[in-house]
Design a protein around this ligand. Structure first.
Ligand SMILES: [Zn+2]
Length: 121
C-alpha cells in the first residue's frame, strides 16, 4: 500500500516513477526521453502514452459534464439566467482542460503503469 502512495506522490509532483528525483518535463509539454537522474527511459514502448491521452480525455470531459449539466438544468428552470454568457464561459472548457491536465495525465499514467507492471531492472 505504501508503494501506491509513493507512486501517486511522484506522479502528482511530475517526477520519475523509478527514483522520484528526475523531472518528467523539460519545459511546457516537452518530456525528457530519459530520467535526468537514473536514466530510466520514460516511453517504455511505442504508443505508451496513448492510455494517458485516454485518461486525459475522459477526466476532462467528465469535469466539463459535471459543470455543464447542473448549469444547464438551472438555466432551463430559470429563464432569467442568461444563456449566452454561460455558453461563452463553458465553450472553451473542453479545449482548455485537456491542455491543463496533459502533464499530470502522463505522469499519473506512468505511476499506474509502474504499479501494475513494474520494470524488471
Ligand atoms: Zn529517475
Amino acid at each position: 500500500m505504501n508503494r501506491v502512495w509513493t507512486l501517486i506522490g511522484r506522479g502528482l509532483r511530475l517526477r520519475c516513477p523509478i527514483c522520484g528525483q528526475g523531472k518528467l518535463f523539460k519545459k511546457g509539454f516537452t518530456m525528457y526521453e530519459q530520467c535526468p537522474v537514473c536514466h530510466f527511459t520514460y516511453e517504455r514502448e511505442e504508443g505508451y502514452f496513448s492510455s494517458a491521452m485516454a485518461i486525459n480525455l475522459v477526466t476532462s470531459e467528465l469535469i466539463v459534464a459535471a459543470a455543464v449539466v447542473p448549469f444547464s438544468i438551472a438555466a432551463g428552470m430559470n429563464p432569467s439566467i442568461p444563456f449566452v454568457p454561460l455558453l461563452l464561459l463553458g465553450s472553451p472548457l473542453p479545449i482548455i482542460l485537456p491542455l491543463l491536465f496533459f502533464r499530470h495525465s502522463r505522469s499519473l499514467w506512468m505511476s499506474v503503469d509502474h504499479y501494475v507492471n513494474p520494470p524488471l531492472r
